[in-house]
Design a protein around this ligand. Sequence first.
Ligand SMILES: [Zn+2]
Length: 267
Amino acid sequence: MLHIGHARTFAIAARRAHENAGVLVVRNEDLDPQRCRAHFVDAMFEDLRWLGLQWAEGPDCGGPYAPYSQSERRSHYLAAWRKLRDEGWIYPCTCSRKDLASAASAPNEVDDEPIYPGQCRVRTDAMDFVTPAGVNWRFRVPNGEAIAFVDIRLGPQSFLAGRDFGDFVVWRRDDVPAYQLAVTVDDALMEITEVVRGADLLKSTARQILLFQALRRSPPAYYHCGLVSDESGQRMAKRNDSASLRHLRESGWAPDEVLRHAETLAR
Ligand SMILES: [Zn+2]
């Protein structure tokens, strides 16, 4: 269920689209079969509509870059996988979770991918794979290179490949395209000009810039919002039902009250 942090991010995206005479796009990122359920998608659209913000393109209303649900865009991700494989940007990795856990590289951020120690980097069998299924595919990051970009809200950002993040997964062994690859392909093909999202994804932006370069596309501009924490200062958990739009709405809150409240909790 969407929570007030999501509402605030979406409201900021809507405001920026409006102020810049842009087009607000909603994309349903529903690739993870473990987490995506149709009733959550329905609830998401209902909650966003309740907020009173209008979007011009999305899964519910279509648009020139349809489809807008990632589960319907697999052919685009496969084409990108093939290109990255053909050009040597990615390699197959069969390390087990246990191998990675014993590799003394703790995740450096909550929810972030641990830095991959690189055992499979030397593999030369990428072209033996006709499909990506069955192994993890990792992007070979340029170790020691600084990936810099200017965030619209936060200013200049820089992350060091190999230190701040390692060879990240672009395709999962359960045959699901990873978040980093899917959003990069979509942002490019949908000609997205500005991405508005939470500041917890700053480091992912550096990863995605590497993918844009490998795919020879220009990255969009980025606006990373401050994160919304709950009253006790904890980052808003996805399962924090009391902060869900659904709960607040059923408790009689109005949309503008929800957005004002989110503002007071934002960092
Ligand atoms: Zn490996």
